[in-house]
Design a protein around this ligand. Structure first.
Ligand SMILES: *Cc1c(COP(=O)(O)O)cnc(C)c1O
Length: 391
């Protein structure tokens, strides 16, 4: 199975860049998007051919970079579980939970790191660095270890211990920074040139997005090549949301799904860090940096997402929305999933249920809708649920 990766297109100025060298952002500052020879891919990617392939995200090899020789731990093809108890509670007919905790390293960050580290190896990159709230660092450390690539991770100093231990166990270099992921990014970039690190930050590197987009392919395949009505996504950097939107466009061109029937996309953020919600409500094309970001849902503590324009564009084009939930609502969502469905979701997963409740109240979610919620990772790496009494 071979990749049909052809070139990189700037999402802002549309300039074309070769994919043969390691790349970061476009010269104009825009995010680069991988483009494929989709006509050629369509001939190989029939529904039947895909169904016969191993159950990992690499079953979509033609539209992934570096798929001839991937750095893989078997990521992808996670369960899309019908959560009947939650559906009944919400009063929505079909609620499905995409359980990304079952990925290697316990979160969906594995998808993006598999493609990013694969391409780093293709381009003979020796050392990479990234800021992380926890899961990205653990995943980068694991895939870096497998590929023999050095990984430096910049983490907020209040990062829960399991994330630190995981990255350290895989041999990553850890750096702790006072502040949030934005400060971690600044601290990292200050040393980048001197250290010779290749920057693996969300969307500054074009291939993490490609791994994340497989969420869109999988949901479609798991629904018999149809798409749900609504997707509720916990949005930090927004890679998964931007990635799924890109996947839907590709899948239409590949004739894997009918055109013009895409889901309404919902970005869920924490009330203590909601730059996308603020921009969406103000009808702004871009988000302003959020001051004093606070939430225990670490993956949502992203005060200035680089992909803000692309996130907002997908929300608007899809007829979707953006919604903030408080930490107390997130905790309640986490416990409802744990007690109703037997899944110890991460806080970000709890946030999607909390958002769904509000969307039902507000009338955005209708009883007849087919809705996908996301559990983006395991709750076990940051198991303290605010308010949970433990004897
Ligand atoms: C990183 C992360 C998120 C946010 O993902 P983005 O694609 O950056 O928006 C959500 N949940 C968990 C568990 C994460 O690790």
């Amino acid at each position: 199975m071979l990749s049909t990766l052809e070139w990189l297109e700037c999402s802002r100025c549309r300039a074309a860049t070769s994919a043969k060298e390691p790349r970061q952002l476009c010269r104009c500052g825009g995010v680069l998007l991988a483009r494929y020879r989709l006509e050629e891919a369509a001939r190989a990617m029939t529904r039947e051919a895909i169904a016969s392939r191993p159950p990992t995200m690499w079953r979509y090899a033609e539209v992934l970079p570096g798929s001839a020789d991937p750095v893989t731990l078997g990521e992808g093809m996670t369960p899309l579980l019908p959560v009947r108890f939650l559906a009944q509670q919400l009063g929505v007919e079909t609620v499905l939970l995409k359980d990304e905790a079952l990925n290697p390293t316990g979160s969906f960050k594995a998808r993006g790191m598999a493609t990013a580290i694969t391409m780093a190896r293709v381009h003979r990159v020796r050392r990479v660095a990234l800021p992380s709230a926890g899961n990205a660092g653990g995943a980068a450390a694991a895939y870096g270890a497998l590929a023999g690539i050095g990984v430096a991770v910049f983490l907020p100093e209040d990062t829960p211990e399991p994330f630190r231990l995981e990255a350290a166990a895989h041999g990553a270099d850890l750096h702790f920074v006072r502040g949030d992921i934005a400060e971690c990014g600044r601290a990292m970039r200050a040393r980048e040139d001197a250290e010779g690190w290749f920057d693996l930050s969300t969307l500054r590197e074009p291939y993490r997005l490609e791994g994340k987009k497989t969420l869109g392919y999988e949901i479609a395949e798991q629904l018999g090549w149809s798409l749900p009505d609504v997707i509720v996504y916990p949005t930090g950097g927004g890679t998964g949301l931007i990635g799924m939107w890109k996947a839907f466009e590709e899948m239409e061109q590949l004739a894997l799904v009918p055109a013009g029937r895409r889901p309404r996309m919902v970005a869920v953020q924490a009330a203590g860090c909601a730059p996308i919600v603020e921009a969406f409500e103000a009808d702004a094309p871009a988000a302003a940096a959020w001051e004093g970001a606070r939430t225990y849902a670490a993956g949502l503590r992203v005060p200035s997402p680089l992909g803000d324009r692309l996130i907002l564009q997908a929300l608007r084009e899809s007829g979707g929305t953006a919604i903030a939930v408080t930490d107390a609502e997130i905790a309640e969502g986490q416990l409802a999933i744990a007690r109703g469905e037997g899944i110890f979701a991460c806080p970000e997963g709890g946030a999607t249920l909390a958002a769904a409740r509000k969307l039902v109240e507000g009338g955005f979610l209708r009883p007849s809708d087919r809705v996908v919620l996301f559990n983006t990772g395991t709750g076990l790496k940051y198991p303290k649920v605010p308010g949970l009494q433990v004897p």
